[in-house]
Design a protein around this ligand. Structure first.
Ligand SMILES: Cc1cc2nc3c(=O)[nH]c(=O)nc-3n(C[C@H](O)[C@H](O)[C@H](O)COP(=O)(O)OP(=O)(O)OC[C@H]3O[C@@H](n4cnc5c(N)ncnc54)[C@H](O)[C@@H]3O)c2cc1C
Length: 282
C-alpha cells in the first residue's frame, strides 16, 4: 500500500520545524508508527517535517535531581543510557523491551508517546515515575504531567503543530522501580505492562506509585493499588490486596480482543503487579 503524496523536508532546529509544519503537516522522527499509518491512509499529511537530526532534541542529561531526555532520543539510546539506568531503571527497562533492535534504533520516545498506542511500553513507566512532558508550539512552550498527557485510546493532550521537546523525570535513584510486561508473542507489544516505583523506609513501603498499560486504552495511574502497598512490608497479604485494588483502578479503562479479552488482561495485571514489585525490590 502506498501513502498519499506528500512533501518532505528535514529541519535543523526546533524553530525551523515549527515554522515548516503547516496546517496538515506531521513531524516524523523514526517513522515506525507514522509510515504504517500513512500506508493504511489512517494518516494523510501533505507535509512531513523530519526532526530526527535536530541536536537539541537528542540529548539525555541528569542534574539537580532531574533526568531530562530529548524528544527524539531513541529507545536504544535510552535503554543503554547509564544516566537513565541509574535515575529511572523502569524507563530503561521499558525502552529496552520495545519491539526489536531495529525498532529501538529508529523509534523515539517522543514519537512513541505522541502516537499513544495503548500497547506501548514507555508510557506506563513514565506515568508511574511521575514524568513531565515538555511541549513547544509556535506560540510558546508548556509542560504537562504524563498522567494528564495520555487522554484516551491514541489520544493525547498534544495539539496540532506542537512538538515534544523533552521528557523529564525526578531522579528516583533512592527509589526502587521496575517495569515488567506480558509481551504479545508475535508483535512483542504489551498485552499487559506494569510499572512500579517504591520508596522504602527500612522494611516498610513509605511511598508507592503504580501504573498499568497494555491492558488499558492508555497508561493508567493506579492509586488504589499504591495505597494498599504503603505502610506494608510488601508481604503476601499486601500484594494480594494491591492486586485486588488494581482491578478496580483499571476497570473503566480496560481493553481486550478475541485472543486476550478484558477479563484475562485484568487478571494478568494483578500477576504482573506482583512481578513488578518483586523485580523492583530485588
Ligand atoms: C515491528 C514493531 C514493533 C513494535 N513493538 C513495540 C513494543 O513492543 N512496545 C512499544 O512500546 N512500541 C512498539 N512499537 C512502536 C514503536 O515504539 C513506535 O513505532 C516508535 O517509538 C514511534 O517513534 P518514531 O520516532 O518512529 O515515531 P514516528 O513514527 O516518526 O511518529 C509517530 C507519531 O508521533 C509524532 N511525533 C514524532 N515525534 C514527535 C515529537 N517529538 N513531538 C510531537 N510529535 C511527534 C508523529 O508526527 C507521528 O504522529 C513497535 C513498532 C514496530 C514497527
Amino acid at each position: 500500500m502506498w501513502p498519499q503524496q506528500f512533501d518532505y523536508q528535514r529541519a535543523d532546529s526546533v524553530e525551523s520545524a515549527l515554522a515548516a509544519i503547516g496546517d496538515n503537516g506531521k513531524f516524523i522522527a523514526g517513522g515506525h508508527s507514522l509510515l504504517p499509518a500513512m500506508k493504511l491512509r489512517l494518516s494523510t499529511p501533505d507535509q512531513l517535517v523530519d526532526i530526527s537530526r535536530i541536536d537539541a532534541l537528542r540529548g539525555i542529561t541528569n542534574g539537580n535531581g532531574n533526568l531530562s531526555i530529548g524528544g527524539a532520543a531513541t529507545h536504544a539510546e535510552i535503554a543503554a543510557s547509564a544516566a537513565v539506568g541509574a535515575a529511572c531503571p523502569a524507563l530503561a527497562q521499558a525502552c529496552g523491551m520495545v519491539g526489536d533492535q531495529a525498532v529501538r534504533n529508529f523509534g523515539t520516545l517522543g514519537g512513541n508517546i505522541a502516537h499513544a498506542d495503548p500497547a506501548s511500553d514507555p508510557p506506563t513507566a513514565l506515568v508511574a515515575c511521575g514524568a513531565t512532558i515538555h511541549i513547544q508550539g509556535v506560540d510558546g512552550s508548556r509542560s504537562v504531567s504524563a498522567q494528564d498527557f495520555f487522554v484516551d485510546l491514541f489520544e493525547t493532550d498534544l495539539q496540532d503543530g506542537e512538538l515534544i521537546t523533552s521528557i523529564s523525570l525526578p531522579d528516583c535513584s533512592d527509589c526502587q522501580c521496575a517495569y515488567v510486561k506480558l509481551p504479545h508473542p508475535a508483535s512483542r507489544y504489551a498485552i499487559v505492562g506494569v510499572a512500579v516505583c517504591l520508596k522504602m523506609d527500612g522494611d516498610t513501603c513509605a511511598q508507592a506509585d503504580v501504573a498499568v498499560g497494555g491492558a488499558t486504552v492508555k497508561a493508567v495511574k493506579c492509586a488504589g493499588a499504591a495505597a494498599a502497598l504503603v505502610g506494608s512490608s510488601l508481604d503476601d497479604a499486601a500484594l494480594s490486596a494491591a492486586a485486588a485494588a488494581l482491578s478496580d483502578d483499571i476497570g473503566d479503562w480496560l481493553t481486550g480482543d478475541v485472543a486476550y479479552p478484558e477479563a484475562y488482561r485484568s487478571a494478568m495485571a494483578g500477576v504482573f503487579l506482583k512481578r513488578a514489585i518483586s523485580a523492583a525490590s530485588g
